[in-house]
Design a binder for this molecule. Structure first.
Ligand code: GLN
Length: 544
């Protein structure tokens, strides 16, 4: 018999950016560690069909799933906490919902009916929630945005209706709000929370639990006041005050016995999660034994959210190696031949992150040259691999005009090229699967890669012959130059269907470029091998 999925709906009030995704993922982690099968869904009320075309300035990182969905960055938190791979069905937006409904209407599926927000749009949202929950004991549904947003209304109506449909024992509402500390009064204030709950009630949703984000812990009296003014049980007011690491939050929730009221609401029986491994990793995040410093070279150093998965994956590697990894953020646009030594002389490793567009490329190439010549551990991700090849071509192969056609469409030595120009996609394997309306195509999602035996990459992946990592890029290394590269000491250590997927250098202790984004599959309890290898090499370089 199919599982009767139970739902936990999480809404937010007062402000955005309170960390609803982390709170949702923390609850999911606890439930998973009890032994339940748990999945998560982020329902985003914005109109874009997906965040793929949004600028990092608008949206932070675009997270990519195994099946190639470009999703909200909260999906990254979900995967990192829950240690499950999610997919296209775990994130949808108003844009996607409307597209689907309009497509059905055009096809005539609604048999001439007038198409309306209720029931059609709300019905589509309900169907998508149910689909994401199939096969799971519990589905945690986070509704993006803040209660009171006009565009969020159909989503709230959908969770209201779904709770009525499945019954109270199969669904509960958790509302996350801000309890601000007002300096002049020297007090934490509960009024915004009361207003936010009032707004929810007005549209027919009564929260069963309130999670209070605050700068400081809430005392019992304040919690009781929130309970009585918001109409929830006393043990259903949970605090989430600022903490040193986001990975502490599940432990803090557990300490406050969050699972007892959840179990009571959903009829789940006694819930005792095993968080011992998590607990010991968190201790190593907070107070590790070692320390290392790596240069993080990118063009969005003021917008760290756009590198979320990468910075989190570095925390995972650090925790597993009992090491604090200090990031020295370096704006690639500020790196010049005259200051590169000064900027990089005190770091143990150099990381060049992925990116699109020409801005900052010259600085990244300078940093790569420094890493190659000074034998500093180097990890180049996606654009970081492409630029490592360009740097090598210019400096070692003496191809001065070597470039990517992303930056110079007419360059004579296109080391990085558009795949369509040299890969036969008419045969059995269609490599490009996603068409972008912006005119290009992107290689998205997980692809297998064959690892060269005895390479550094093979060592990093514990001798594996094949790995699978996620991708998000348009351009590829041009195989025309492969022989020349290999003759000069650049090793192609990973390939897939004739594509160059990973490179390393023969005469360098640790220099790795990967076309994939290894950071997308890193989890606290299972760090990604490439990131782990890089941090390990940086630690070894520090000791030297
Ligand atoms: N801009 C490069 C490409 O499209 C690299 C992309 C990336 O780093 N994610 O191929």
């Amino acid at each position: 018999m199919a599982k009767e999925t139970k739902y936990i709906f999480i809404t937010g009030g007062v402000l955005s950016s309170l960390g609803k995704g982390i709170a949702a993922a923390s609850i999911a982690t606890l439930l998973k560690n009890v032994g339940l099968k748990v999945s998560m869904l982020k329902a985003d009320p914005y109109i874009n069909v997906d965040p793929g075309t949004m600028s990092p300035l608008e949206h932070g990182e675009v997270f990519v799933t195994d099946d190639g969905a470009e999703t909200d960055l909260d999906l990254g938190h979900y995967e990192r906490f829950l240690d499950e791979s999610l997919s296209q069905k775990n994130n949808f937006t108003t844009g996607r919902v409307y597209s689907a409904v309009i497509e059905k209407e055009r096809r005539g599926d609604y048999l001439g009916k007038t198409i309306q927000v209720i029931p059609h749009i709300v019905g589509e949202i309900v169907d998508r929630i149910k689909k994401a929950g199939e096969g799971n004991d519990v589905l945690i549904v986070e509704i993006g945005g803040t209660v009171g947003d006009i565009e969020g209304l159909p989503f709230l109506e959908a969770i209201r209706a779904l709770r009525i449909e499945v019954g109270k024992k199969r669904a509960m509402n958790i509302h996350l709000t801000l309890v601000p500390f007002i300096k002049v009064a020297g007090e934490l204030k509960t009024k915004p929370t009361q207003h936010s709950v009032g707004e929810l009630r007005r549209i027919g949703i009564s929260p069963d639990m309130i999670i209070c984000r605050s700068e400081m812990p809430l005392n019992r009296e304040l919690k009781d006041k929130i309970a009585s003014s918001c109409g929830v049980e006393k043990n259903c007011v949970i605090e989430s005050s600022d903490s040193a690491s986001i990975y502490q939050i599940p432990l803090s929730f557990l300490k406050q016995d969050i699972l007892t009221p959840i179990a009571e609401n959903l009829g789940l029986g006694e819930l005792k999660p095993d968080m011992s491994k998590w607990d010991s990793l968190v201790k190593r995040i907070i107070a590790p034994t070692n320390e290392t410093t790596i240069a993080f070279v990118g063009k969005y150093v003021d917008l760290k959210e756009s590198y979320k998965s990468l910075t989190e994956s570095i925390i995972h590697a650090g925790a597993n190696l009992d090491t604090r990894v200090n990031l020295k953020w370096i704006d690639s646009e500020k790196i010049e031949p005259s200051n590169v030594n000064e900027l990089l002389k005190d770091v143990d490793g150099i990381l060049v992150a992925g990116g699109f567009g020409e801005r900052g490329v010259l600085g990244k190439i300078q940093a790569i040259k420094f890493a190659r010549e000074n034998k500093v551990p180097y990890l180049g991700i996606c654009l970081g691999m492409q630029l490592a090849m360009i740097e090598f071509a210019r400096d070692v192969l003496n191809l001065e005009d070597a470039n990517s056609i992303e930056f110079d469409a007419k360059c004579k030595n296109p080391i990085i090229y558009l795949i369509d120009s040299f890969i036969d996609v008419s045969g059995k394997k269609q490599i490009r699967t996603h068409k972008s309306p912006l005119g290009g195509t992107m290689r998205l999602g997980a692809y297998e890669c064959d690892i060269k035996a005895n390479s550094l990459l093979s060592k990093i992946y514990g001798g594996a012959k094949k790995i699978k990592e996620r991708h998000r890029h348009r351009y590829e290394a041009n195989p025309k130059y492969r022989a020349e590269f290999e003759k000069a000491g650049l090793i192609v250590s990973g390939e897939s269907d004739g594509l160059i997927e990973a490179i390393e250098l023969k005469d360098h202790p640790w220099f790795v470029g990967v076309q994939c984004h290894p950071e997308f599959t890193s989890r606290l309890t299972r760090p990604n091998p490439t990131i782990l290898g890089f941090i390990r090499a940086s630690i070894a370089n520090h000791v030297k």
